[in-house]
Design a protein around this ligand. Sequence first.
Ligand code: SF4
Length: 261
Amino acid sequence: MPEKMSFSRIKAFWDCPTNYYILYIAGIKTPPTFPLINGSATHKCIQEMLSSPDPLNCSLTSGLKNAILKEAKGTDIKLDTENIYKCSTNAVKALYQRVPGLKIKEVENKFESFLSDGNNGWINKIKITGIIDCVVKGRDRGKGNPVYIMIDWKTTGNVSKAIVRYGMKMYRAQLALYKYFWSLESGIPVSEIKTSFGLIGLDRTMRWRDVRCSIDFLEGIMREVNRSLSIMPISDLPYYNKEFIKCNYCFSRSICMESKR
Ligand code: SF4
């Protein structure tokens, strides 16, 4: 078991332990896919825009183009820089419309921390790492009081389907955990941090998926993460083959089918 764990690894285990084994224990690499690379490139573009002096008026300079294209380096995936730029511009505009007068608190903040449970007895010694895409501070539209909003950008082919998907527990868990870690780091109580997925469609549509995570939900997720960390496989693939409940026919399927022969 590594000393550090990311949420993607934990989620891979929740999705399918066999896939987790293939990717992270056997270390068999699956080729990068267009959605993955396009998603990283869009994140990079938004990160560059939000870190610039005037996020709402960034043009597609050669520097920005190169930063986008760098995400596909070493692959044969072709990126549409113009579309990525337009999608990112829409996302940044939507953010400023949503939180007028916002102040950017974090962009691409990498955290690394232990789960800490007070005295509940489920503490784990493995560090969790992750990257918080963005945190902004602004005023609540309804009540006018100060509010922090943590955003995780997700690129998707179909925004309507993504709205449903990112309401699911497994996806909400990511923002719940990130909120917990950012609260520890910033000293802002979790009750004052709102969480949202910024869903960015390839067709340049943009929607918000607000995620509610109560303290109970947050604690339940941390307990589940802790339990998963303690049972993750080290070398026993056949055992984990029997464990999965639902097969999503993931990108590792050819390797998976091979191992069952
Ligand atoms: S093909 Fe199905 S069972 Fe095999 S690794 Fe992927 S999700 Fe798991």
